[in-house]
Design a protein around this ligand. Structure first.
Ligand SMILES: Nc1ncnc2c1ncn2[C@@H]1O[C@H](COP(=O)(O)OP(=O)(O)O)[C@@H](O)[C@H]1O
Ligand SMILES: N[C@@H](CCOP(=O)(O)O)C(=O)O
Length: 293
């Protein structure tokens, strides 16, 4: 059985904790019955001993599997990770979603995507990551009475994501602690108006509106101060053809969106100016979690 989950870019500037989209960098796990428990890791995080000894996937999978099954079975888990850890590309959401989906699938129990999303919410309280990870595409989401309410839109194939991934990991939990406790009325109104405009721009496919609409006053400047070079990355991306350029989730990745025809130049310019960072041009993902039995 194989489960794959895409990376995500959350917030998209002003849409703090409510806007997010899925991009085609995937974490995949293949699970096979085995005589004993074993794990193999390839790709991102494969040299991180914590992922072998105390793997978040295995512990969430076990929580669900033991509730769903009365049999004592052992498995071999083969992970192939494309999502860099703690870089704001939703690595933890991908793990949570794939672990829950795998526990149901291995028991042959059908799990609707809406139910999966709400089960994942217990592990990741902000819905801007888990919703695109499950559903794919661009999503506006909010939580009401422990349920995610969302509206989703496909992202056209004529657009690409260009992501700049710094070497430095930033934990989402710690990054949230750098944010102010209270915001002014001006900043609040600024973000509500820009986030609404950004959502409307995605829905109407009005890509020229993204540059203006993706401005934010509530989180990026506080977080990017921890790594000031990110301001240069953002400025360079916007100068070199990006339709928008925002801190991805809690960082440290900078996410940009571009027309396919402009994306190669953008990637080249970013690689030239920031040779010490990894730069990837990838498609958007409109599928979300994928399960193959
Ligand atoms: N492939 C993975 N396998 C197991 N655990 C992972 C994996 N990727 C991420 N994690 C867990 O998620 C944590 C990172 O979560 P977080 O700080 O929210 O980063 P991100 O912004 O990438 O979601 C890691 O410290 C690790 O515990
Ligand atoms: N809205 C959250 C999103 C966190 O995304 P991640 O990919 O960094 O986990 C936040 O901004 O804290």
């Amino acid at each position: 059985m194989k489960v794959s989950v895409p990376a995500t870019s959350a917030n998209l500037g002003p849409g703090f904790d409510c806007l997010g989209l899925a991009i085609s960098m995937k974490n995949q796990v293949i699970i096979r019955p085995s005589k004993f428990h074993s794990v193999s890791l390839k790709g991102e995080g494969s040299n991180n001993p914590a992922l072998k000894d105390n793997n978040m996937f295995i512990s969430i999978f076990n929580d669900f599997y033991h509730n769903l099954s009365h049999k004592k079975r052992f498995f071999r888990f083969e992970f192939q990770n494309e999502i860099p850890l703690s870089r704001g590309l939703g690595s933890s959401s991908a793990v949570i979603v794939s672990a829950i989906a795998s526990a149901y699938a291995i028991e042959g129990i059908k799990l609707e995507k809406d139910k999966l999303l709400n089960l994942a919410l217990a592990y990741e309280s902000h819905p801007d990551n888990i919703t695109p990870a499950v559903m794919g595409g661009f999503n506006v989401a909010c939580v009401q009475e422990n349920e995610v309410k969302y509206i989703r839109k496909e992202i056209p194939k004529t657009l690409k994501a260009v992501v700049v991934v710094p070497n430095r990991a930033i934990s989402t939990q710690l990054s949230r602690k750098t944010l102010p406790f209270k915001y002014s009325k001006e900043d609040t109104i600024f973000n509500i108006s820009h986030s609404s405009l950004l959502t409307a721009a995605f829905m109407a496919e009005d890509w020229d509106m993204l540059k203006l609409a993706s401005n934010d006053q509530v989180h990026q400047k506080y977080r990017m101060k921890q790594m000031p070079e990110l301001f240069d990355v953002q400025k360079t991306a916007l100068k070199e053809g990006a339709l928008m350029s925002t801190l991805s989730g809690s960082g440290s990745t900078l996410f940009s969106m571009a027309h396919t025809d402009d994306s190669k130049n953008l990637e080249k310019a970013l690689k030239l100016r920031f040779p010490h960072f990894r730069v990837f041009t990838v498609d958007f993902d409109n599928t979300g979690v994928r399960i193959e039995i």
